[in-house]
Design a protein around this ligand. Structure first.
Ligand code: THU
Length: 134
């Protein structure tokens, strides 16, 4: 039986195939495991009006919230190229809204898992919902 991480990587890989990225040519897939155990996927969705493009992580977060989940347990981000496909600055903030500081972010390439980092490593000293409560 496939491990949970391998299943998430396969889902991110399949979802990446559906990316709409005719402008950058850079295709990304993401898969979130939420606290309910459900998996949510997303791909990047670009637009001829370039700034309207959306990252794969943002698409997956939208699917998760639309599906009724609000906690990210872990996430796979899978992109191409030689470098690590780390979430952009905006997506780090989007993920931190729903992920604990120790939540694993699995950075993958077409070859599979490349590096796992925590939410806090990606976005230290983040501005979180708790900041609004003080
Ligand atoms: N992109 C993502 O979807 N996620 C990332 O983690 C990095 C970048 C997308 C945005 C854009 O559609 C393309 O990759 C090139 O930046």
């Amino acid at each position: 039986m496939m491990s949970n991480l391998n299943e998430m990587i396969e889902l991110a890989r399949a979802t990446r195939e559906r990316a709409h990225a005719p402008y950058s040519g850079f295709h990304v897939g993401a898969c979130i495991r939420a606290s309910s155990g459900r998996l949510y996927v997303g791909c990047n969705v670009e637009n001829a009006a370039y700034p309207q493009g959306q990252c794969a992580e943002a698409t997956a977060v939208g699917a998760m919230v639309s599906g009724g989940d609000t906690r990210i347990v872990e996430i796979v981000v899978l992109g191409g190229g030689q470098r690590l496909c780390t979430p952009c600055g905006g997506c780090r903030q989007r993920l931190s809204e729903f992920a604990a500081a120790d939540a694993p972010i699995h950075i993958c390439g077409p070859d599979g898992l490349r590096k796992t980092v925590t939410m806090d490593e990606l976005l230290p000293y983040s501005f979180s919902p708790e900041n609004l409560e003080d």
